[in-house]
Ligand binder design. Sequence first.
Ligand code: AHG
Ligand code: MN
Ligand code: MN
Length: 327
Amino acid sequence: MKRLHQFLREQQTSPELIELIDTLLVACKEIAYLLKQGALAGILGSAGAENVQGETQKKLDVLSNDLLKRNLLSCSLVKGLASEEEDFPVAGNPDGKYLVTFDPLDGSSNIDVNVSVGTIFSILRAPEGCDGGDESAFLQSGRRQVAAGYVLYGPSNLLVLSTGKGTHIFTLANTGDFFLTREYVQIPTETKEFAINMSNQRFWEPAMQNYVNDLLQGEEGPLSKRYNMRWIASMVAEVHRILTRGGIFMYPFDYREPKKPGKLRLMYEGNPMSLLVEQAGGLSTNAHRNIMDVEPQGIHERVAVILGSKHEVENALTYHQPEAAKG
Ligand code: AHG
Ligand code: MN
Ligand code: MN
């Protein structure tokens, strides 16, 4: 079986990018170890604080953030980092080449119930002459990602990675090495499975309500198919299912809290997942444009997300862009 390093070298990945990915993975392996210990390591439960998004932080949100931050800041390639759990970007080596954004622990409401969670990351090139602690350096569209991926902490610990040359899956062995277990993943274009938090239905925009109503009508509705539904509440686990057997995942804008018109964040959830999905032949949109074409205005910017099997995402888009669909 092929090790991650060998595979990346064969893909002509630069030694520097390989080193940076390695640095990220050192932290992820430590997170995986902590998660495995669970209650034995005293790491479950709340940290008693809120992050910049006003969400309660779990102990493991904080621990994972600290591990990633410490490892990345010790790597001379890192000019700056931005995290879900940091109010502001953090400057690294002024001569560093890369900026890293990450969601240290995604799906953290699932930690205490022993359900899969993950770390999501996105790597950008640091613009010439920028300050790595300055938000403006990070405000680059998802198209400019050099690499993106996630580590899924579940029954197996997996790395899913793209450097823009396909999306590939690696499995963590007991030796601490990641081995290539699936290359050039292709998401099936058709699906009968959707994922959305139905409890927010009454707060969605009419287009989304109409689409989901039609999904629920199954073979008796205009989509003429009986659909099944899943909701894990860990985006990493949902995206992983979609990369494995297809599906559509949606976290649309809603009117629950007018100041937070969506839950997921563009720079460390929407963009990296979109690169993985597009590189696997899927689609990822905010209902108006491809997510990676959105020009970010802030590191914690929120984004509506509809991603997955190409034809099903296109179905969803016809409800949002009826004119474009006719055209
Ligand atoms: P995080 O734990 O990093 O805050 O992200 C959780 C996200 C995402 O993983 C998941 O799809 C969604 O929030 C779940 O939201 P609900 O609790 O609203 O279902
Ligand atoms: Mn998240
Ligand atoms: Mn998180």
